[in-house]
Design a protein around this ligand. Structure first.
Ligand code: EPU
Length: 430
């Protein structure tokens, strides 16, 4: 298992290019199952979850090809036929987003068997809302031997109100509804930019999806969808992670190909903590893409934060923000409202010298503490990013174990950080 060896204390400076959003690319790949024609996706990040989704498509009998482009990969998927409507446990347990194939398989082929994902390091993460919503569209669903077995002779549009906002739940139902008969209305839908990006792809494929980005999404079903080419939006969580890297090392970064409008809550909170942001005009090379300049301050201020659904402060940045708050001059309270168990990184940060008290959904971080390098272990994707950030600010050597978690969602983070002046190296152990 690979590790990162980090020597802390270096100020980061320079330009970093943000990759395409993993959480937009995954549903886009699943959406390709809705048509026999070719879907070409550009700016797909080179991360492990994307490879896992390709393996899942292959398992279903669907061809895909990858080409290296200047920025990100181009993935082409052609779901002419389906050999097998089954998403096996072995793949679903590696990546919960595998459940995104459920809606498209059911809508196009009338049949899907998807393993239930089981437990997860950050919370229970059930998929009851995906199931209830598909039942509302007329699917017959039973759970047997750990699998969701879903069938239909034709989905019918319906009204479905989510009682909890769910990102992949909204995406699954939105995809299923594109091929249902009549109109579907999704209420209390997720408003994340990744949901909007998926709607935009579906509309390019000939679907009729309106209201994505608001809490009510209306989908008018069509009989078939067709080929499309789509560029995936920039990864707002990767951009935000680099903004925290600038703040925690008191550095100065130009974050290129970021979309500032997707980062409003993050920019507001990091500014409260003392970081300075300036939008930057695109250079010729990156024309058409926005950038963001962020500058750290020698004296970070504590700022309480509560995670919430978009447009609120993302749960996917909570762990990284906690690392930052260990370096603020005073106490801050972090409240996690999306996942009930997303504080495993706190214990590892404490091993590096952080003063954190976790009580239920609240974590009180007392700063500023001197962080010292230690051997730490990543428990999930964002927790690993938090430990890397802490390592950049710590005295001495930090060894982050189980970096396969970070490889799931960050494209070559150690190379991007090294180019900015960080001392970080991957140690491969077979
Ligand atoms: N929930 C239910 N029932 C459901 C679905 C969700 O109770 O059927 C609950 C969850 O347990 C959770 C809340 O609703 O408490 C929100 O979960 P959501 O369904 O929105 O999460 P998700 O769709 O499984 C996506 C991202 C996550 C991100 C969350 C929240 C993808 C592929 N994953 O997960 O990303 O944390 O939304 O924003 O889009 C990550 O990238 O590190 C990551 C975990």
């Amino acid at each position: 298992m690979d590790k990162f060896r980090i020597i802390g204390g270096k100020r980061l400076e320079g330009r970093v290019l943000i990759s395409g959003a993993k959480n937009a690319a995954l549903p886009a790949m699943a959406a390709a199952l809705l048509t026999p024609e070719r879907i070409a996706l550009r700016n797909v990040p080179r991360v492990r979850d994307i490879a896992t989704m390709r393996s899942l498509l292959e398992e279903l009998g669907v061809d895909s090809s990858v080409a290296h482009e200047d920025h990100g990969n181009r993935i082409e998927i052609e779901a002419r036929r389906l050999l097998n409507p089954l998403a096996p446990y072995e793949l679903v347990k590696q990546m919960r987003a595998s459940v995104l194939v459920l809606g498209p398989l059911l809508a196009r082929f009338g049949n899907a068997q998807v393993s239930l994902p089981g437990g997860c390091a950050i919370g229970a993460r059930p998929i009851n809302l995906h199931i209830q919503g598909l039942e509302k569209l007329g699917a017959k669903i039973r759970i047997e031997h750990g699998y969701v077995h879903a069938e239909t002779t034709g989905l019918k549009g319906a009204l479905f109100a989510f009682d909890t906002i769910s990102v992949t739940g909204t995406e699954n139902l939105m995809m299923a509804a594109t091929l249902a008969e009549g109109e579907t209305v999704l209420e209390n839908a997720a408003r994340e930019p990744e949901v909007v990006d998926l709607a935009s792809l579906l509309n390019k494929m000939g679907a009729s999806v309106g209201g994505a980005g608001t809490e009510t999404i209306r989908i008018r079903g069509v009989t078939s969808l067709h080929s499309a080419t789509h560029e995936i939006i920039p990864d707002r969580i990767e951009a935000a992670t680099f903004a925290v890297a600038a703040a925690i090392t008191r550095g100065c970064l130009l974050i290129e190909r970021a979309e500032p409008s997707h980062l409003s809550a993050v920019i507001a909170k990091l500014s409260e903590a003392g970081a300075r942001f300036t939008p930057s005009t695109p250079t010729t090379e990156e024309s058409g893409h926005s950038s963001l300049r962020v500058e750290g301050t020698p004296s970070l201020r504590p700022a309480d934060v509560t995670t919430s659904e978009y447009p609120g402060f993302p749960t996917d940045l909570q762990a990284q923000y906690m690392a930052l708050m260990t370096q603020a001059e005073g106490s801050s309270v972090i409240t996690e409202t999306i996942f009930e168990n997303r504080y495993l990184h706190a214990l590892e940060l404490m091993r590096m010298g952080a003063d954190i008290r976790v009580e239920g959904r609240h974590a009180t971080v007392r700063g500023r503490t001197r962080l010292t390098g230690a051997k730490v272990q990543a428990s999930d994707l964002r927790a690993s990013a938090s430990l890397v950030l802490a390592g950049l600010a710590a005295d001495g050597e930090t060894l982050v174990d189980r970096v396969y978690h970070i490889d799931r969602g960050y494209e070559r983070i150690e190379e991007k950080l090294s180019r900015l002046g960080a001392s970080i190296r991957r140690i491969s152990e077979d």
